[in-house]
Design a protein around this ligand. Sequence first.
Ligand code: RM4
Ligand code: MN
Length: 388
Amino acid sequence: MRDLTAVKDALKNHQIELPSWAFGNSGTRFKVFGQPGVPRTPYEKASDAAQVHAYTGVAPSMAVHIPWDKVDDYEALAVHAKNNGIRIGTVNSNVFQDDDYKLGSVCNPDPRVRRKALAHLLDCVDIMDATGSRDLKLWFADGTNYPGQDDISARQDRLAEALAAVYGRLGPGQRMLLEYKLFEPSFYTTDVPDWGTSLLHCQALGPRAMVVVDTGHHAPGVNIEFIVALLLKAGRLGGFDFNSRFYADDDLMVGAADPFQLFRITHEVVKAGALAPAAGVAYMLDQCHNIEPKIPAQIRSVMNVQEATAKALLVDTGALGAAQRAGDVLGANAVLMDAYDTDVRPLLAGLREELGLAPDPVSAYLASGYGEKIISERTGSSPAGWGA
Ligand code: RM4
Ligand code: MN
């Protein structure tokens, strides 16, 4: 068992970033079920994100998605976030919702569309300058639906050219995180379908280009912790987009579908000494709450990540190493399972009390009246959503 004070210190320093889009309306291609009290502006999203931090103490930043979170004055948005006790985190680019991007963005066969997509990515770096954000997260919907539709290899060259232009524009201390996704919306080829493709591009670019692992972006049964271990070894794990999936990119609450997988992933991070913010692995949520209330769902998600991390910190690494070296298969597995089977909820409740927080963040939030307040206040203009 690890030293409990060290475990608590690690948990106090741990930081989880919230996605602005989790607070807006979202849905499937069948229906968006609007909820009352949903933010109408990025400012209101930041206010809601600040609530999650206020009750958990470990979620001090909110990622933005451009143009969903387009504002006239990004410095003012950063100041608003700061006044609410959080900061603006990763800037996510969006080159997938414009008619021009039907055949792709930076990989599009038409150079005019490629220039337009690149201009957007460069605008996102300007926004990072204004908000003081460290990371630009790139996810491309680019790909093809039919064999022969476009040249697979030429599309990779177009991608590399755009990535190099963005990389060259990054300021000191800024990073570029390249996300991969197996399929959807493209079904035959996707231009960045897997961690290998992302890593090859990052390695060609330089040390500030890193891979981001969205836990929902793999084929069923893929061993995600193996990918995480290899990326950590290569020094290229820029961060996570955490969420849960049962079938495809479901974007459900992290830890809901497979808490054991989340534990196995965090175990690799802890083992590599990469948990502290200084290690540069961004712990981000990328979720949508279509049918459940959004702020409590984000609180629950943060707690799920914390629980998995606490269990990973409790792994008796000395005993585990000894069992592994002795070839004690059952013993090694038992050490890991002991940590996973520990009920860490009392530890985390105690930790929150040390931080001056309520031991149960969800019930404290529900009792606060904030939910009722935003329902009565936020009337009269359109709620934020995917198209906004
Ligand atoms: C993508 C990917 C990106 C996210 C968008 C909304 O599938 O996960 O990270 O920004 O969805
Ligand atoms: Mn993602």
